[in-house]
Design a protein. Structure first.
Length: 128
């Protein structure tokens, strides 16, 4: 089961809980399950049926500055390159883990719109 790391801004709604194990398979299911456990979470995360503007959801792992990234819009890849800048609380960061908010700037790409998805990954050589 996935473990959801709840950001500090939502913890007053969760009674201070920082983590919650859920059976959700999608982000939508995750939000609905969280709202069933902690009423009011859905209203803080969604505008209608879409994520609120400026809201980011980490699905798993961490984001590293310099990692590869894909920008997806409507299911289509519109950019593939590197993360140029990664910030946490107005400071430059090397990496940001699940449950923390951050700002991401992609190298040579400034056309990011509400609803876009940024997939971050690291390409590792296969051991011989």
């Amino acid at each position: 089961m996935p473990v959801v790391h709840i950001p500090a801004l939502l913890r007053p709604l969760t009674g201070g809980a920082a983590r919650q194990e859920l059976a959700a398979r999608t982000v939508r299911e995750l939000i609905l399950e969280l709202d069933a456990l902690y009423p009011g979470v859905r209203a803080r995360l969604l505008e209608g049926d879409r994520l609120r503007s400026g809201l980011s959801i980490f699905v798993d792992g961490l984001v590293r500055r310099g990692a590869q990234a894909r920008l997806l819009r409507g299911g289509n890849e519109i950019y593939s390159g590197k993360i140029g800048t990664l910030r946490r609380m107005k400071d430059d960061a090397r990496e940001v883990t699940v449950g923390l908010e951050c700002g991401i700037v992609l190298e040579n790409q400034n056309d990011v719109q509400v609803g876009d998805i940024i997939e971050c990954f690291v390409i590792q050589p296969k051991p011989r």
